[in-house]
Ligand binder design. Structure first.
Ligand SMILES: [Ca+2]
Length: 367
């Protein structure tokens, strides 16, 4: 219990989870829009995660907005102890930054954020923080990257031995069998920085790929929003930011009011609270050019004989998970009760993120 006897959101959430795996030390890298916010909350609140640090990266929104949202979210969860480091503001090499305000709102919070600026990023870049935290806990840290992989590629550049220093890496991104969401074949996080993704897939570690194959099938609807809104102020806040996001997916993907959950799945797979039902170990590469740019090409030819061992296989695409995971996330957020910050908007309009962001939004969807 915190001083004064009042439980924190983290303590209330932890008390609501009957059993869980031993906590996984995690560094979470995100381009904080709406679904990233749920991922951060899940990581900050769930007792199966020891959240060591958060890094921000460009993607859904510009870097400044993403960083502000990362800080706001850890404070909402009552976890100001979690350091947030600023990351890259553009892709590594070949493209300009393209954002997705039409999906996540101008504030990256479905135009329903509080506008509250809380806390400050720590010194050093997100890539530097990733390397430092991995080095401080050799073999224990899981990197979970749920935005473009720019920061992870930069961390590999800073520390080529990073793959041997960490427990593993789990990403939200890519699509093994599912269609893409930017092009026919490319998922947004990979498409945004395919050169960074290629470097991450080529490094000497196994990439657990939580892609569109499963993230499009775990969805949130207005029934979930109603349950959230009936919880404490934390749930009410999340219900608020989901409104615009669900509206986008209703028009773009589903033809009815529901949205995919995307990023929180990667956190849960990494934490062991969502166990993949099918996740073969296969060879994979990222296409960086031409019409297939951003495609994650996974060698699934062994599908019909139970995925026999492949030489050089270092990617584990998650192909099936339990869609009921959405309910678990809602339960956790409701159990957390009231947020550690007021969730009413501060006076005045929120900072105009989109106007300072450079290139306009494209028609793509980001996760
Ligand atoms: Ca994301």
């Amino acid at each position: 219990m915190s001083p004064g006897g009042a439980a924190t959101p983290h303590e209330r959430a932890a008390a609501s989870v009957a059993t869980h795996p031993a906590p996984v030390k995690m560094v979470l890298d995100c381009d904080t829009g709406v679904d990233d916010t749920l991922a951060i909350l899940y990581a900050a609140l769930h007792p199966a995660v020891d959240l060591l640090g958060v890094g921000s990266v460009w993607g859904n929104v510009d870097l400044e907005t993403a960083t502000r949202n990362c800080l706001h979210t850890v404070h909402l969860a009552g976890r100001p102890d979690v350091p947030v480091a600023r990351g890259a503001d553009r892709p590594l090499l070949q493209t300009d930054a393209v954002f997705a305000y039409h999906v996540h709102g101008d504030d990256g919070q479905g135009n329903a954020g509080t506008g509250r600026v809380v806390g400050e990023p720590v010194a050093g870049s997100a890539a530097e923080q990733m390397v430092r935290l991995a080095g401080a806990h050799p073999g224990e840290v899981e990197i979970v990257a749920v935005g473009p992989l720019t920061n992870v590629a930069l961390a590999l550049g800073l520390c080529p031995e990073l793959p041997s220093l960490v427990r593993g890496i789990t990403i939200m991104g890519g699509a093994a069998l599912a269609p893409g969401n930017v092009t026919e074949v490319a998922e947004a996080n990979i498409w945004c920085d395919p050169d960074a993704a290629a470097a991450v897939f080529q490094a000497a570690w196994t990439v657990t790929m939580v892609g569109l194959d499963v993230t499009m099938l775990t969805t949130l609807d207005d029934g979930h929003r109603a349950r959230l809104a009936a919880g404490g102020t934390l749930g009410r806040y999340v219900a608020g930011i989901l409104d615009h996001y669900i509206g986008y997916f209703a028009a773009a993907s589903f033809g009815e009011r529901r949205s995919c959950m995307h990023d929180a799945l990667a956190v849960a797979v990494a934490a062991g609270t969502l166990v993949p039902e099918v996740a073969p170990l296969v060879r994979a590469y990222v296409s960086t050019e031409g019409r297939t740019r951003g495609q994650t090409v996974c060698d699934l030819r062994g599908m019909y004989m139970g995925y026999p061992e492949q030489e050089g296989a270092r990617c584990q695409p998650v192909l099936r998970t339990d869609p009921a995971f959405a309910d678990e996330v809602v339960d956790l957020l409701v159990a957390a009760g009231d947020a550690a910050l007021p969730v009413t908007p501060v006076d005045g309009p929120p900072a105009p993120a989109a106007s300072a962001a450079g290139p306009a939004s494209s028609s793509q969807e980001h996760a």
